[in-house]
Design a protein around this ligand. Structure first.
Ligand SMILES: [Mg+2]
Ligand SMILES: [Zn+2]
Length: 223
């Protein structure tokens, strides 16, 4: 059985959540309550996201510089190379924004990884959010990962790596889940199986060593 690997971006590939950092650094006004509602994941994500974007005062070049300053998991580059060597497809699915993803990838020599996310465009009023991957079945996500992964998997199994509430919908469709932080707690509560990790070195060594179980294909490919 063939596998694809799908990774969350914020807090999984990056050390900090780029959306939260953007708001912390550039929002004017009372953003904390909105951010709490968004984190809670119970409300219309697109609406709250746009309300947060409305508070942000930033120029395109400042946004680019800010994105490029985001730190990533030091083992992610190696993880990507090993997957490529094993012929495994890697995708990023994010409920964050293209302009907070693309510059980070470029800055870290990771250009070319296909990603699915919300988008930011600048207009005369400031930042406008676009949600091309939103789903009519799910208002909790700006980009519903369940729907994106359904399209990507095309009969293959899915290994998912994530850290937060935006990964909940992905957890419903993934075959193997690597989770940390909030996602790990949520999955524990729901009794869904997962492998706990703290960085991509853990994920890679688990994938390589776990030959006896589901991952035998990958283990053999990668050794
Ligand atoms: Mg995340
Ligand atoms: Zn969803």
């Amino acid at each position: 059985m063939e596998y694809i690997v799908v990774c969350d971006f914020d807090g999984t590939i990056t050390l900090k959540d780029t959306c939260v950092e953007l708001v912390k650094n550039y929002a004017r006004g009372e953003w904390r309550e909105l951010d709490r509602l968004w984190q809670e994941g119970m409300h219309d994500a697109r609406l709250i996201s746009q309300m947060l974007l409305d508070m942000i005062k930033i120029t395109p070049s400042e946004l680019e510089r800010f994105s490029r300053s985001m730190q990533i998991d030091p083992y992610f580059g190696e993880f990507r190379r090993e997957l490529a060597a094993a012929g495994m497809e890697l995708y990023i699915v994010s409920d964050g924004y293209d302009l907070l993803i693309e510059p980070v990838l470029l800055e870290n020599n990771l250009a070319g990884i296909e990603y699915f996310s919300n988008q930011i465009k600048f207009d005369e009023e400031g930042l406008r959010g676009y949600f091309p991957n939103s789903s009519s079945n799910c208002s909790k996500c700006g980009s519903c990962k369940l729907e994106i992964i359904k399209l990507l998997k095309t009969g293959r199994k899915v290994i998912y790596v994530g850290d937060g509430h935006s990964d909940r919908c992905a957890g419903l469709i993934a075959d193997i889940i690597y989770a940390k932080d909030e996602l790990a707690s949520l999955l524990k509560e729901q009794g869904i199986d997962f492998v706990e990790f703290s960085n991509f070195s853990d994920v890679l060594s688990h994938m390589k060593s776990n030959n006896e179980k589901l991952l035998i294909d990958i283990g053999q490919k990668m050794l």
